[in-house]
Design a binder for this molecule. Structure first.
Ligand code: PPS
Length: 297
């Protein structure tokens, strides 16, 4: 696998800097020098998986932090917010990974080919999907808001990068299709949850995850987790300490932005939305997945 630096520049001259590419696949560097991070990510395939690990698989901005919090509460058996925050698999090191206590929730946006070799054939996977219009809007604000990207570009160009698979973590379409293939071949090993269902029908979704993980969780406990993991609660309780928050984010920006369904309508033009629908239909030909773009449908 080859490792190289990676940057993007849009037609207005705005650029997105400081990324790394593994065999051309773009990734963030997570506060490491790009080449060094690239070497760490390259090594992930050989890291040792434990039988009781769980993979929380998400494309970026699909509701990873929310789902991680739910899994953490199910594992701890307590609907209680703790200040600890998780680190993505690809943002960690082998040493940190190996020393984490069981049961581990391996949270990652990486495609299957970059994950530990045996992860896919061995452990349970919780997959969270989000409609890709809201996802790209969320990703846009993520990159605008994080100081490390030093980015101020226009949404129309960002959307183009997304559709051309140029943004960090590459093609959303390919990621989702690869995950769907596991659902087709090994439906018992993967539990799929949609962000929109978590939002509108959260207690039932939490019960489904608990059942999949063989965790005892009655209605009352699932309701308590749902309440504890509300956007409003997490936006206050899971925020990093102020000095860290100010170091990572530009003023007024935060990881907990809106947490709603349908914010894409405030960003897409009608033409962009129609183009997106067409590309989505083309690139998801044959897929059984259905995405919900509004909280009213
Ligand atoms: S990341 O950076 O890829 O790990 O981001 P991820 O956690 O996948 O997604 C971030 C978006 O999820 C929203 N969010 C929530 N929505 C509903 N309820 C809860 N509890 C919650 N927590 C986080 C977060 O606000 C991001 O979405 P946007 O649309 O930007 O608000």
């Amino acid at each position: 696998m080859s490792v190289s630096g990676y940057a993007l520049s849009d037609p207005d001259g705005q650029s997105l800097q400081g990324m790394v590419a593994i065999d051309g696949f773009p990734l963030p560097t997570f506060r490491m020098e790009p080449m060094q991070r690239g070497e760490v990510i390259k090594s992930i395939r050989s890291w040792t998986i434990r039988d009781d690990d769980i993979l929380l698989a998400t494309a970026p901005k699909s509701g990873t932090h929310w789902a991680h919090e739910i899994l953490s509460m199910l594992h701890r058996g307590k609907a209680e917010t703790i200040s600890e925050r998780f680190t993505l698999l690809e943002a960690t090191t082998e040493q940190e990974f190996a020393s984490a206590p069981s049961p581990r929730v391996l949270t990652s946006h990486l495609p299957l080919r970059l994950l530990p070799d045996n992860a896919i054939s061995k452990i349970k996977i919780v997959l969270v999907l989000r409609n890709p219009k809201d996802l790209v809007v969320s990703k846009y604000h993520h990159m605008l808001g994080m100081r490390s990207y030093d980015y101020t570009g226009a949404f129309k160009h960002f959307l183009q990068w997304f559709l051309e698979d140029k943004l960090p973590y590459g093609s959303w379409f390919q990621y989702v299709r690869e995950m769907e293939a596991i659902m087709d071949t090994e439906p018992d090993r993967i539990c799929m949850v949609h962000y929109e269902d978590l939002k509108q029908n959260g207690i039932e979704q939490i019960k489904k995850i608990a059942q999949f993980l063989s965790v005892d969780a009655d209605d009352q406990f699932c309701q308590a987790i749902y309440d504890c993991c509300s956007f409003e609660n997490m936006a206050v309780k899971k925020l990093p300490p102020k000095d860290l928050q100010d170091k990572i984010w530009k003023p007024g920006c935060s990881f907990y932005r809106k947490g709603i369904i349908g914010d894409w309508k405030t960003h897409f033009t009608v033409a962009e939305s129609e183009m997106f629908d067409e590309i989505l239909a083309q690139r998801m030909t044959g897929s059984k997945l259905k995405f919900r773009f509004s909280d009213r449908s």
